[in-house]
Design a protein around this ligand. Structure first.
Ligand code: PMP
Ligand code: GLN
Length: 382
């Protein structure tokens, strides 16, 4: 008898990002699908990493992360959100935001627990819940604004609800949470045992002067939350896979129990360099403006196409309806546009477990001007 794995994730295939990037390469298409910048990251930060490597920072740091980096993060949080975080007990450096979310959910969940997930939603959340034997409870965001229907949330809360997953700025839609959303959230979770896992990897990609409603601003929410971040998004280096998680000290103790036997500690030279680089406020505060300019330029260019863009207030992404072009299913349409017109995008139905198809595709605009221009020249012809 040969060994056999009973899959823990029987319904999971290869992620759409891998599929569409593969298709883009195969057909020499411009890749506005998977979310990553096609321009160089900050040169000073690259040089700093290389210098600290030369100086010998190449061995393990503590499991929780390099302490001066955690201290710099705590200072940044205090200046941005006026909340004091204990660098020793409340921050853990992780290999990326996805890992932080997975570790948070794994720390919290027991089989049978329910997790409220809004759809469309980032593709890792549901498998992260299911691999822990817990149950995703899915709620559609209100199309086409992609706002949370809090009355709907109240109806889905049960004695088994253990976590509400949040993501603002939101992938794939670019929607952001408002103060009213936070008020509703506070009201729903007070006097319950519900945790919040808040995916804030796009914290520095929010436009039009809208303040980022970080859970870190609200101590009464933070005490029941795991808040997850990614340096990849903040410093245009998605391939670094470095991030961090913030929670209460008692929750962080459990998080670290999972983390220490999975990853133990993250890449040392990047942490040592970031500990210094994080003190440069301008490097992260300027990002909103830079990315907003890209969004606005893309919107202007797309005005000459038959796509109808939806609103994007944050993230790298903007969604578009294509009903003036085709009534194909969004997956078929996205694949055809990649193959025949040389522009790769992401069909939004993949962010719904049931494959709900509102005939919308997602564009990533964190690209060089020339890339956006060439892509739109092609899209105009459709
Ligand atoms: N959450 C969301 C919503 C994302 O879009 C991404 C990234 N692409 C992540 C988490 C993951 O970040 P990282 O690459 O640091 O794991
Ligand atoms: N977050 C990126 C996106 O949504 C992709 C990350 C990944 O490939 N896993 O496009």
């Amino acid at each position: 008898m040969s060994p056999h794995i009973t899959s823990k994730l029987p319904n999971v295939g290869t992620t759409i990002f891998t599929v569409m990037s593969g298709l883009a390469n195969q057909h020499n298409a411009i890749n506005l699908g998977q979310g990553f910048p096609d321009y160089q990251m900050n040169e000073e930060l690259m040089n700093m990493v290389s210098e600290v490597m030369q100086k010998g920072w190449n061995q393990y740091v503590p499991m929780q992360g390099y302490m001066p980096l955690r201290e710099s993060i705590a200072e940044k949080i205090e200046s941005l959100y006026q909340t004091r975080i204990n660098a020793d007990t409340q921050i853990t450096i992780t290999p990326g935001g996805t890992y932080a979310i997975y570790t948070a959910l794994t720390s919290i969940l027991q089989p049978g627990d329910e997790v409220i997930i809004f759809e469309p939603g980032y593709d890792s959340y549901i498998p992260n819940v299911e691999i822990n034997g817990a149950v995703p409870v899915l709620i559609d965001l209100r199309f086409p604004e992609y706002k949370i229907d809090w009355t709907g949330v109240r109806k889905k809360i049960s004695r088994k609800t253990k976590v509400i997953m949040l993501n603002s700025p939101h992938n794939p839609t670019g929607a952001v949470l408002s103060e009213e959303d936070i008020r509703q959230l506070k009201d729903i979770v007070k006097d319950t045992g519900i945790f919040i896992v808040s995916d804030e990897v796009y914290e520095h990609l929010i436009f039009d002067g809208i303040p980022h409603q970080s859970i870190l601003r609200y101590p009464e929410l933070l005490e029941r939350s795991f808040v997850c971040f990614s340096f990849g998004k903040t410093y245009n280096c998605t391939g670094w896979k470095l991030g961090y998680c913030i929670s209460s000290p008692s929750s962080m103790t459990e998080f670290r129990k999972v983390h220490q036997f999975n990853c133990f500690c993250c890449h040392t030279p990047s942490q040592v360099a970031l500990a210094e680089f994080l003190k440069n406020k301008d490097a992260y505060l300027s990002l909103n403006g830079i990315m907003q300019e890209k969004r606005d330029y893309f919107i202007e260019l797309m005005g000459s196409t038959k796509f109808d863009l939806l609103n994007s207030s944050g993230s790298y992404f903007i969604c578009a309806k294509y009903n003036r072009i085709s009534d194909e299913a969004d997956k078929d349409f996205a694949i055809r546009v990649t193959k025949e017109h040389g522009v790769a995008t992401i069909p939004v139905s993949v962010f719904y477990k049931a494959g709900t198809d509102n005939k919308v595709i997602r564009f990533c605009f964190s690209k060089k001007k020339e890339t956006l221009e060439t892509a739109v020249e092609r899209l105009i012809k459709i």
